[in-house]
Design a protein around this ligand. Structure first.
Ligand code: PLP
Length: 492
């Protein structure tokens, strides 16, 4: 729902005499313009309307209810086919606001397939949360076997699935009057929730204090600083020790000190699973037209898995819901221990955890999760955080239980850019006893000779004192050539 925002207007037409809009449905509140030709408006419940220039035969193509993306594409194809307009693809669906908003790539004519740009007008950050893509990963999971899609939550504006959690809690709290402009939100976070909250707090006029672990990765630290969050770090604790309970205690203590300070408590806040029940779960279901055999999610607060599981179970009780946690986390039982995967895992069972919607809980060792992360980068070109490694490893473990006709979905909580100095740093991996990564692709034959001749004859590598120089020297040695010893290094 999006009740507090004024309707968006379309991008001004380049022709001044263009009628404002032929859309008269008051439910159609969000519009975007496909170049100069077409205006697309979307409202609640999938009502989509398009209008065009008065002299354009495509006038008023669509004014229908659509429940799925494929229905919409089919419908638009049917309607515009006679006018030789091709729908090239969909840009984005936005669903956390209750809108289903589609950007369409259109092209005129079947021979001259000229793409027209779609401009999406949105009133701020909030509507961009959700509607994340599902991406097929065939190189990680080659056939034969089930189709596997990853839901890429790093495409949320704050870069993680926790944007949804932040939004869900804020909305739920605002509904019951628990937040007023000017208040301070104190939240225990492994970084991502605090990033989401701080981002969303701007428009609403709240301040955010994040209670974090000393081992918060630099990428998250820098984001919180840049966004203007106040970050309070706990005293130093051993690497890999779970500090969530301590962080919650600090947040609770601060919140008791003033009526203007609140803690939302993501481990117990009903708004956390609720938003996944209302957005993440339905998105997976609708985008795949209900063809979902299993979903795999990492657990931290358990908001994602509980909400997604509750929704999927409500529409199809046969969907298999699988949770993954680091070995050493206790959500699925066992003894607490140390683990290096950051962002997921817990040394207690949170109150929002709903075990009734979960079929299987897997414990994944750090090494297996890290290997999965590196495989995703090397084979697919995707860089993920460690909890996505748990998810990919979980998918690898359950894959053989499903057939080629089945579709499995893994939820990727965040991207790898915020873990560069740990997960993607060979010296960090080696220090903690892990294999650095999958081997680089072998260079053979002509390619190898070409690389050797080019790189190792470039000047200056042997004298460069930094890591890059060292890497280059090692590469030349591995390739069986001595690097040049004189001259200057060219640009990079
Ligand atoms: C990187 C990352 N992965 C996974 C999770 C777990 O998600 P959830 O809290 O919804 O269980 C979190 C948050 O706790 C996270 O930040």
């Amino acid at each position: 729902m999006y009740p507090n925002h004024p309707p968006l207007s379309a991008k001004p037409s380049q022709k001044p005499d263009r009628p404002e809009s032929t859309v008269d449905d008051p439910g159609l509140t969000t519009c975007f313009t496909a170049h100069t030709h077409t205006r697309v408006c979307a409202g609640q419940n999938g009502v989509v309307s398009m209008s065009a220039e008065p002299d354009d035969p495509r006038q008023q193509w669509v004014s229908q209810k659509h429940t799925t993306v494929s229905d919409l594409v089919r419908e638009v194809h049917d309607l515009v086919g006679s006018h030789s307009v091709v729908v090239e693809g969909l840009v984005k669906t936005l669903t956390t606001t209750g809108l289903r908003l589609y950007g369409l790539w259109l092209s005129r004519g079947t021979r001259e397939r000229r793409k027209e740009q779609v401009v999406v007008l949105v009133p701020g950050i909030e509507p961009l949360i959700g509607g994340t893509p599902l991406v097929r990963v065939d190189r990680l999971f080659p056939s034969p076997g089930p189709r596997i899609y990853l839901k890429m939550e790093q495409f949320n504006p704050g870069g993680s699935v926790k944007d949804r959690t932040a939004l869900g809690m804020l909305r739920a709290e605002e509904r019951v009057g628990g937040l007023r402009t000017g208040m301070t939100i104190v939240e225990s976070s492994s970084g991502n929730t605090a990033i989401g909250l701080t981002m969303l707090a701007k428009e609403r006029g709240y301040r955010v204090v994040a209670i974090c672990d000393r081992h918060l990765p630099a990428g998250k630290r820098a984001r919180l600083r840049a966004l203007g969050a106040v970050t309070v770090f706990l005293p130093e604790t051993p690497v890999g020790m779970d500090t969530v309970r301590l962080r919650i205690a600090v947040a609770d203590d601060l919140a008791r000190r003033s009526p203007d300070i609140v803690t939302l408590g993501q481990y117990s806040h009903p708004g956390n699973p609720q938003i996944h029940r209302e957005t993440t779960g339905p998105e997976i279901w609708h985008e795949l037209d209900g063809d979902v055999a299993a979903v795999v999610a990492a657990v931290g607060t358990c908001g994602t898995i509980s909400g997604v599981g509750q929704f999927l179970r409500s529409v199809d009780p046969s969907v298999t819901v699988v949770g993954v946690e680091p070995e050493g986390s206790v959500v699925f039982g066992g003894e607490p221990g140390m683990y290096l995967v950051q962002g997921g895992g817990l040394d207690f069972v949170p109150s929002i955890f709903d075990p009734t919607v979960i079929d299987l809980g897997l414990k994944i060792p750090d090494a297996e999760a890290f290997a999965a992360v590196h495989a995703a980068a090397r084979r697919e070109g995707w860089m993920f955080g460690g909890t996505a490694g748990l998810v990919v490893a979980g998918l690898a473990r359950i894959r053989s239980r499903f057939g080629p006709g089945d579709t499995l979905v893994g939820i990727v909580p965040d991207g790898g850019d915020r873990y560069i100095e740990t997960l993607y740093e060979p010296s960090w991996l080696a220090r903690h006893g892990f294999d650095a990564s999958e081997p680089a692709e072998p260079l053979d034959g002509e390619l190898m000779a070409g690389v050797r001749n080019l790189l190792c004859s470039l000047d200056g590598f042997s004298r460069s004192p930094d890591d890059e120089g060292k890497d280059m020297r090692e590469l030349c040695e591995r390739l069986g050539a001595a690097p040049a010893l004189h001259g200057a290094v060219g640009g990079g």
